[in-house]
Design a protein around this ligand. Structure first.
Ligand code: C2E
Ligand code: MG
Ligand code: MG
Ligand code: MG
Length: 294
């Protein structure tokens, strides 16, 4: 836990603050440092064409390996970054790292020309009026076509179509990047925004995928999401697919893109390239043979 001794260290908080608050402050301080050091990295999880099993894209997911504590989940530190005003810096870093990686993969043939990276954007980043300009400059810098980038945002962004965030969303779409609603179905914002905003696709939240097979209602919800998405010409990605029956059910409902441990978790760039090289199956079989010592 906290290192003891040394001036300016965390022991000062021990007397007066609850453990939770102290823990948060420690993480915030450590995260600030991690942003400057090399403790953050980006993992890539394939987005799979359910029919062919090929990776048509990947989601970039930030990872933090704390020097003493080891890996800390983004579910824990992203909210801290948001509260501490660090999400802009964190988001910039992840996006630039991801674009640099995509650029390298496009150049060396790891991925084909239509492969896209999906990058999470926090609601706070979209309140920054400069955000689309920054993204646009980065696409040019890294020579990445806009269609090869998707930005994932949550429904909470879509509550108001008059403010800065709304303008930002429209400007991003004008750049040509894809706009996906993350964790679709878990917000409480109604569905009207799907017509008011230039959204290009939805990611069905894992909580609905988990229920497939076991729970009839989950199936009906997924079916309804697919029908609606087809009517609105939105792409549909199913998150958190872990089993073959889930995959088969999703396919029978007309879902064409899946993401989940059934195909593979988020991994370091080198491992992603090995497993999901545009050479596809051949590369995977080769890797498996090497692993088996053949
Ligand atoms: P998310 O964007 O909904 O990402 C999907 C999460 O589900 C990831 O967790 C992924 O590792 C996990 N996952 C994928 N397939 C499966 C599966 O089959 N089963 C299960 N149980 N889980 C699966 P992760 O990487 O821990 O990220 C958690 C959340 O942290 C993300 O949820 C996203 O909201 C946030 N996050 C991650 N990276 C970033 C980032 O760069 N920026 C921002 N703003 N948020 C990020
Ligand atoms: Mg996401
Ligand atoms: Mg998600
Ligand atoms: Mg999620």
């Amino acid at each position: 836990q906290a290192k003891s001794g040394g001036p300016g260290n965390t022991t000062i908080f021990d007397v007066s603050m609850h453990d939770e608050v102290r823990e948060r402050i420690e993480l915030e301080v450590a995260l600030r440092r991690a942003l400057g050091d090399n403790d953050l990295w980006v993992a890539y999880q394939p987005l799979i064409d359910i029919e062919t099993g090929r990776a048509i894209g990947a989601e970039a997911l930030v990872r933090w390996t704390h020097p003493e504590r080891g890996p800390i989940s983004p579910a824990e530190f992203v909210p801290i970054a948001e509260d501490a005003g660090l999400i802009g810096m964190l988001g910039d870093w992840v996006r630039q790292e991801a674009l640099r990686q995509l650029s390298a993969w496009r150049a060396d043939g790891t991925v084909d020309d239509d492969f896209y990276l999906s990058i999470n954007v926090s609601a706070k980043q979209l309140t920054e009026p400069n955000f689309p300009l920054v993204v646009s400059a980065e696409l040019l810098e890294f020579k990445v076509p806009p269609r090869c980038v998707a930005l994932e945002m949550t429904e909470s962004v879509m509550v108001d179509n008059t403010g800065t965030s709304a303008r930002t969303v429209f400007e991003l779409r004008e750049l040509g990047v894809k706009l996906l609603i993350d964790d679709f179905g878990t917000g409480f914002s109604g569905l009207g925004y799907l017509r008011r905003f230039p959204v290009t696709g939805v990611k069905i939240d894992r909580s609905f995928v988990i229920g497939l097979g076991a729970d009839e209602e989950a199936g009906e919800i997924v079916r309804a999401i697919v029908a609606m998405s087809q009517a609105l010409r939105l792409s549909v990605i199913a998150e958190g697919v872990e089993t073959r029956p889930q995959r088969d059910t999703l396919a029978s409902f007309g879902v064409t893109i899946g993401q989940g441990w059934l195909w593979g978790p988020a991994v370091a760039p080198a491992d992603f390239a090995t497993a999901w090289h545009a050479g596809g199956a051949a590369a995977q079989i080769a890797a498996a043979q090497i692993a088996a010592g053949q």
